[in-house]
Design a protein around this ligand. Structure first.
Ligand SMILES: Cc1ncc(COP(=O)(O)O)c(C=O)c1O
Length: 412
């Protein structure tokens, strides 16, 4: 006998009023009193809210040290960090044409809009079906004489196949820019992502695993890339240069010192939170493996720590009595388990990019993307805040999935 599902007016596995999920960020009175208030107060009372950007500089260094990189440049957003990474690594001034950048066709829109904003064109390619990150084979078949850079995304926190991508780049004289917006703390063969290619870009937007509401950072080991990225963000200036001297053309993407003060405080929690998410993810994965029907995220051998911005699963309708993925998602939400289908179509089918592709066909090239299409139709995601819950919370998720599977399989 299966239990009545909450979508059919049964009692949900979890009442979110009585047992709310962790809300991100995990702000507390105690953190405010001990950490955030004193650091904001010192920025305020010492009257150093902007230039010369001492806290911003300190955060860049601290985040670079955490992420195994030499240099960090704080930015207002992840999108700007990707644009600065393109400008810095490809030596672009934003006026001349930048060349073609290869990106995955399964990612957030900023992976596309940022290179376009510095006058690069795009080739959008298929993903690897295990990690949902850019497929090196798909990259190889997209290369042309116009290709200047590869822009893999460590999607959901699973590092892309960097050795293979770096090898392709080296062979063809290309730059590798890592989109790490979803991969704070993720490790590739024991090294944090962000400087495994030439340059990496992070986001601290409000959903991200380290956040200041909005924010970003660029990482690199190359001092020339750092200097050009700095110029991009600070009206063309050199780091430590004269105030009224602009050796390059640049824009104003400087950040308020309040942003850096918050990030410096919260950075100290990132590693513990990443470990907590990994523990809960491991427990969910064991449970899902024994339930069947929802394929848990798989790790490639090079992953030594997952970032778990997202816990990305694939739904098998046959194991759920032929019910659609969207019906399953509605049923799981009704049981009190927040989940989402994630990206619903290849980026090239999204209105914004489609319009640009129709208007300026020379700027957007879509390669065959069967794995992207399959993933868009079958994926189910939990977001990172869910993984900050307790073991009991993970058990509730498994109980709800089991309940739905039993009901759907018996035709209810
Ligand atoms: C993969 C990816 N790239 C880039 C970004 C852009 O970051 P931001 O929103 O901080 O501009 C995001 C997130 O928003 C993202 O998920």
């Amino acid at each position: 006998m299966s239990e009545q599902l909450a979508i059919h007016d049964g009692t949900p596995v979890r009442s979110t009023d009585q047992k709310p999920w962790p809300v991100w960020p995990l702000s507390t009175e105690e953190e405010w009193e001990k950490e955030i208030a004193p650091s904001l107060k010192s920025v305020y009372l010492e009257k150093r809210e902007g230039l010369p950007g001492i806290q911003g500089e300190a955060f860049g260094q601290a985040f670079a040290a955490y992420s195994d990189a030499r240099y960090g440049v704080i930015m207002p957003h992840g999108t700007d960090a990707i644009a600065a990474a393109c400008a810095g690594a490809l030596d672009l001034d934003g006026i001349g044409e930048g060349g073609e950048v290869i990106i995955p066709n399964y990612t957030f829109i900023a992976t596309a809009s940022a290179p376009l904003s510095v006058r690069c064109s795009l080739a959008l390619v298929d993903i690897d079906p295990v990690s949902f990150t850019m497929s090196p084979e798909a990259v190889e078949s997209a290369l042309t004489e116009n290709t200047v850079a590869l822009l893999p995304v460590h999607l959901g926190g699973h590092p892309a196949e960097m050795d293979a991508l770096n090898a392709i780049a080296q062979k063809h004289g290309l730059i590798v820019i890592e989109d790490c917006a979803q991969a704070h703390g993720a490790e590739y063969n024991g090294k944090k992502v962000g400087s495994i290619g030439h340059v990496g870009a992070f986001s601290f937007q409000s959903s991200k695993n380290l956040t200041s509401g909005e924010g970003g950072c660029l990482l690199t080991n190359d001092p020339d890339i750092r200097d050009r990225a700095h110029a991009f963000k600070d009206v063309g200036r050199r780091p430590g240069g004269e105030r009224w001297e602009y050796p390059r053309l640049g824009w104003n993407y400087r950040t308020s010192e309040y942003l850096a003060a918050i990030l410096l405080s919260r950075l100290t929690n990132l590693e513990d939170q990443t470990k907590h998410r990994n523990q809960n993810a491991a427990s969910l994965t064991r449970g899902l493996q024994s339930l069947g029907g929802l394929k848990p995220p798989e790790w490639h051998p090079w992953v030594t720590q997952h970032g778990y911005h997202l816990y990305m699963m694939l739904y098998d309708p046959e194991a759920f009595g032929g019910q659609s993925r969207d019906t399953f998602i509605r049923a799981l939400q009704a049981e009190g388990i927040p989940c989402t289908p994630g990206y619903q179509r290849p980026l090239t089918d999204e209105g914004g990019l489609k319009t640009i592709a129709d208007k300026y066909p020379h700027l957007i090239r879509r390669l065959p993307c069967p794995h992207v299409e399959y993933t868009c139709e079958h994926s189910v995601w939990f977001t990172q805040n869910i993984l900050l819950g307790s073991q009991e919370d993970m058990n509730d998720i498994l109980t709800a999935i089991d309940k739905i599977k039993t009901a759907f399989s018996s035709g209810i």
